[in-house]
Design a binder for this molecule. Structure first.
Ligand code: MCN
Length: 781
């Protein structure tokens, strides 16, 4: 078999539907008798609920029902803990998960208090104004540093606002620091942000009382978990609940959170009223009803030898988890682990404290905390380079893990509960390529001095990162050849734009000798595939992709066996290509795959013991641990010294995600990640006041980068196949977003020559006004 599709820039199968408007999104689901709901959300961040009076709302024509927490009865319960904390000795973790509708207390602006069901969304929205809410307002815990000392507690049953504390160590930092040539200590800050997918969250729930069946269309990244959890809550068997995650206009992490209040309440309403109900999150709601990311303060220090080698890092950081912590410790654990980067760090001592605040809940968002750790390490290397008079690229090179050191053990526990071990990698060539593509030496030697002489503020930067991807527990796939010769594949993960419909089809097409357009992929429908975990942690390609590979390999074997029986020849003499099996050297003697599928399901004759009907197979894959991808971003930027407007003149990404399934989709993944990274690093800042009110909850004020801010990018990659899966794949979905913060900080510092002015950029996001503030402080008056 020659590989035709795997590795090729195949155009996406799904785009015809999407580009012609035929893709089904949640809001396209229209059902007879469907009702619409709107949620009354808390306008204050912290308060006791004294009374909610819905009587007037119920009088409004077109309103069918209004519910509060009291109406939910026994159904009211805090959501499940989606990810338990990793088993790290000495850790503290206080699980407090979100509730369907607030009872007794509200803990952040936007928390739902009541829900109106009406004939239209317009009526439901209007009726929200008829509800009277009586609250006793409490002081809001907004600053995660103050939170630990505050007398007011977000959760009354806890003796403080501490959600968790975890310490992980490697070696002996204290001893390393005692022998260091240089120790740098700094405070680094990362602010809250939101994910802003094009399609916000939404759900349609339809209870069918005759069939005792619940169907849910949901923008979830984890349909199987939602099915299982809702079945348990609703007192139904899992088979009675079908969750469909159709086309989804971006997820970026927050859509995996389980359960959002709306996800719990809508199916209950549908059962209660025996009518289908729909809710689509509006853009304003997205700012505080969908989970946030970021929000950390790191007090860190690094110990270095005179030649720039890292001797150790100590980091103590606060992680703002918001009002609840349903996603466990994934984000701060990712920060803690990813800080180590592609470098040899012999001694590490990292402690984080997760803190409850009266801000929206924090869960993973593309990068999922990895960028925070990368920010700390990369900024330290820049500071160290300056202090030790070593070139920033060179200091990185000196610290890279050498290629013969893999598998490389970091001796701490990762988000998948496994020891943080890098399976494979070859980091120096990635750095070399990035430096070559950006023209590093030439820029510093020839171009920058010239530009500076012209009065232009142009700077260069380079940043390295690793990304733990492809974690377990497992995914599965069912591959089925149909009698028309087309291949159907179903897997349990959901898709939000990652091109799974094509990349998985490429794997199958090669294995079964069919065209990639003859493979139909179904993701995110629990009736089509029963088991699975979901799309997160850049694991779809590695985990589901390998399950698809295994299942199509099994089907291939079945097809060859059936054909060898039919032809009465050895399987080795058969060729599987162009949708048929033929005998080597006798191409006119063939059987089509569709005919073999029919033979696999005979009406007469004995079924041979040990065989199963159907030309199909279901297989599962669970990796022993995550595959570690890596990369280097490099950029040249120009900053206007008056307005601090940023222009990215050149942007290079060189990365290694093992073998590549589809370089074109991969490029799209990287482009999207970098675009989000640029937004997160320079434009997007959520501004809360001291009462926990979000001051810029609109896309007019919360600035997303547009096509004008996102530069053209030059991409290249090296390939170090992962030994952890048969395809050698590592994940790539988050890579673009991870190192952009420290990269831009470094480039802006260089462009404005801030080192000379003793200004250090130690926070994200930056913005023109923040640069103005920081540099004004440094300017002589
Ligand atoms: N790929 C490849 N070769 C590899 C690895 C990946 O060709 N070695 C390509 C494949 O086409 C694969 C795609 O990249 O389908 C993404 O693969 P992977 O890295 O496994 O990521 P997942 O499928 O697990 O997707 C999740 C990841 C995450 S965690 C976020 S957040 C994210 C992302 O993907 N959210 C996205 N990319 C997104 N892209 C879109 N359009 N929308 C989102 O919400």
């Amino acid at each position: 078999m020659t590989t035709r599709f795997f590795g090729a820039p195949v155009k996406r199968n799904e785009d015809r539907k999407l580009l012609t408007g035929q893709g089904l999104f949640i809001d396209d689901v229209e059902l007879p008798g469907m009702l619409h709901v709107a949620f009354l959300r808390s306008q204050v961040a912290h308060a006791r609920i004294k009374r909610i009076d819905v009587s007037e709302a119920l009088q409004r024509p077109g309103v069918i029902a209004v519910y509060t927490a009291d109406d939910l009865g026994a159904y009211w319960q805090p959501g499940p803990l989606l990810v338990p904390p990793p088993p790290i000795e000495g850790s503290i973790f206080n699980a407090r998960t979100q509730v369907p509708l607030a009872r007794d207390k509200v803990r952040h602006v936007g928390e739902p208090l009541a829900v109106v069901v009406a004939d239209s969304r317009y009526i439901a929205e209007d009726a929200l104004d008829d509800i009277v809410v009586d609250l006793d307002i409490l002081p809001a815990i907004v600053d995660c540093e103050d939170a630990l000392q505050a007398a007011t507690h977000v959760h009354d049953d806890l003796s403080s606002n501490m959600a968790a504390r975890v310490r992980q160590t490697k070696g002996d930092y204290r001893r390393a620091a005692a022998n260091a040539h240089l120790i740098l200590k700094r405070r680094f800050r990362y602010e809250h942000g939101i994910s802003s997918p094009i399609e916000t969250r939404g759900m349609v729930a339809q209870w069918n009382a005759r069939a005792d069946q619940m169907t849910i269309w949901d923008t979830t990244q984890a349909p199987v978990f939602v099915r299982n959890g809702l079945a348990a809550m609703l007192g139904l068997g899992e088979r009675q609940v079908r969750v469909i995650a159709p086309f989804i206009g971006g997820g970026f992490g927050p859509k995996i959170m389980m359960f959002y209040p709306e996800e719990v309440v809508l199916p209950w309403i549908s059962m209660r009223l025996n009518r289908p109900v729909k809710w689509i999150e509006d853009r304003l709601e997205h700012f505080f009803a969908t989970t946030h990311e970021r929000g950390q303060i790191h007090d860190a220090e690094i110990a270095l030898a005179a030649d720039g080698r890292i001797l150790g890092v100590k980091d103590v950081f606060l992680h703002d988890t918001g009002a609840y912590d349903p996603y466990g410790l994934t984000v701060p654990i990712n920060s803690q682990c990813t800080l180590l980067g592609p470098y040899v760090v012999p001694n590490y001592d990292s402690t984080f404290t997760a803190v409850f605040t009266n801000l929206p809940i924090v869960t993973p968002y593309r990068g999922a905390g990895r960028q925070h750790g990368v920010f700390v390490m990369e900024r330290f290397l820049d500071l160290a380079a300056q202090a030790l008079k070593i070139d920033p690229a060179e200091i990185r090179r000196r610290n890279l893990i050498p290629p013969d050191a893999f598998p490389y053990k970091n001796e701490i526990i990762y988000q998948d509960f496994q020891p943080l071990e890098y399976d494979s990698g070859n980091y120096e060539p990635v750095l070399d390529k990035a430096l070559e593509l950006i023209g590093y030496d030439r820029f510093l030697r020839d171009e920058q001095p010239k530009l500076r002489a012209e009065g232009r503020c142009v700077g260069i930067a380079v940043a390295c990162y690793v990304e733990g991807t492809g974690i377990g527990p497992y995914e599965g796939a069912k591959v089925q050849v149909q009698s028309n010769g087309k291949v159907n594949v179903a897997t349990g993960i959901g898709t939000q734009g990652q091109g799974h419909f094509t990349s998985f089809a490429q794997i199958v097409a090669d294995e079964l000798g069919v065209d990639v357009t003859d493979v139909d992929i179904v993701t995110g429908d629990t009736d089509r595939f029963y088991w699975g975990a979901g799309t997160f942690a850049s694991r779809g390609a590695v985990v589901a992709g390998t399950a698809v590979k295994k299942a199509s390999r099994a089907v291939r074997k079945k097809a060859l066996k059936l054909a060898s029986d039919a032809f009465e020849c050895a399987e080795e003499d058969l060729v599987l290509a162009d949708g048929k099996v033929s005998i080597t050297g006798i191409p006119e003697k063939f059987i089509r795959l569709g005919d073999l599928a029919q033979r696999a399901n005979p009406m007469r004759g004995a079924v041979t013991p040990g065989t199963e009907p159907g030309l199909e197979s279901t297989q599962y894959f669970g990796p022993p641990m995550g595959a570690t991808a890596n990369g280097v971003h490099a950029t040249i930027v120009e900053v206007d010294p008056q307005t601090f407007d940023l222009k990215v003149l050149k942007y290079i990404v060189v990365h290694d995600c093992g073998t590549v399934i589809n370089p074109m989709i991969l490029a799209g993944q990287i482009h999207g990640g970098v675009a989000q990274g640029i937004g997160n690093a320079f434009y997007e800042k959520l501004s809360f006041d001291d009462q926990g009110q979000l001051l810029n909850a609109s896309l007019a004020d919360y600035l997303l980068p547009t096509a004008l801010e996102v530069p053209r990018m030059e991409l290249d990659h090296t390939v170090t196949p992962s030994p952890l899966n048969p395809l050698g794949i590592k994940g790539a979905g988050e890579a673009g977003a991870i190192p952009v913060g420290p990269l831009l900080a470094q480039a802006i510092e260089d462009a404005l020559d801030l080192k000379r002015k003793e200004v250090e950029l130690l926070e994200i996001p930056l913005s023109p006004s923040r640069l103005f503030e920081l540099t004004r402080k440094a300017r002589p008056t």
